[in-house]
Design a protein around this ligand. Sequence first.
Ligand code: SF4
Length: 367
Amino acid sequence: MKNREELSKEPVAPLAADLHRWYAQNHRVLPWRGITDAYRIWISEIILQQTRVVQGYEYYNRFVSRFPDVRSLAAADDDEVMKLWQGLGYYSRARNLLAAARQVVERFGGEFPTTYDDIRSLPGIGDYTAAAIASFAYGLPHAVVDGNVYRVLSRIYGIDVPIDTTEGKKVFAALADELLDRRNPGGYNQALMEFGALYCVPRSPQCGGCIFADRCMALATDRVDELPVKQGRTVVKPRYFNYFYVRHEGNTWLRRREGRDIWRNLYELPLIETAEEEPLDSLQQGEAWASLFAGAGRVSVSAQVYACKHVLSHRIIHARFYVVETEKEPAMPGYVRIAVGQIGDYAVSRLTEGFLEKLSMNYPSLF
Ligand code: SF4
């Protein structure tokens, strides 16, 4: 295996000609491919950051049909954008899209910027996305480095520098830049990523018929499964959410999540978060319960109707949902009262969406 110094001592064999040929015969036809509209390329790249193509496809079509250009997005209502994003997760992407669209209008007169540095200066756009937009839309010579690129390059060139270190990022950025086809950077970038997405996949890559099989270091040294190398693993922290679907005279209560926490700007049901799992009777003794249900008279809680573990990138949410009927209107400080039938108009997390779906299937009378 090679480290950075060894790598810099030898010329690297280019990939471009083989990749272009492979791409011409194997690529998927997708609505954001073969276009030069920077706005649409940007939307597709943000949607695809943490989303599989199959799922992203529908969201992309809905998004660009509702907001066909950067001006229409900049003028959009925040809640409508969040609702359109519902189910995709990683909601900071939607918030950044809105902020960036508004900056494009304010700083660039509504025209999507055309240089790498200006594109990179927008919220939510990092090195990868800026290189993708600059090369796909404007043919600028910037190499993309995403998970696919790390995997393909680490295997073909046999590099075991961990990709999640400063050193690793430098090594791969330099190699990707050296390999970039400067006559067709956009096409080359697409081809390299598509090869990683379809052929040189994380588990069981198609080494048998691979165009690089005769020069792939990982294959030659039987280390395909070990590359790329990652140093650290994200620490996953558990959280315990107890949600209450509260009903009184055809109304229920929601609030918008604020602050620097997960699901900012999404709506949620009344919540009591605890440090560990707590049974209902213990929750009912606590101050949070007393505050939510002050003045509510008799409070009847059905058995917990939905419980699940919801896994996010750095959190596991242990969630329980209860249905609650109150005799009088509860205090619900910080929550807004809405008609039960309107709950579907609000953007909620995928966790809450799952609960509402379950409820509508099993207890349709509660809607
Ligand atoms: S031979 Fe296998 S590991 Fe090497 S580039 Fe091809 S698909 Fe990837």
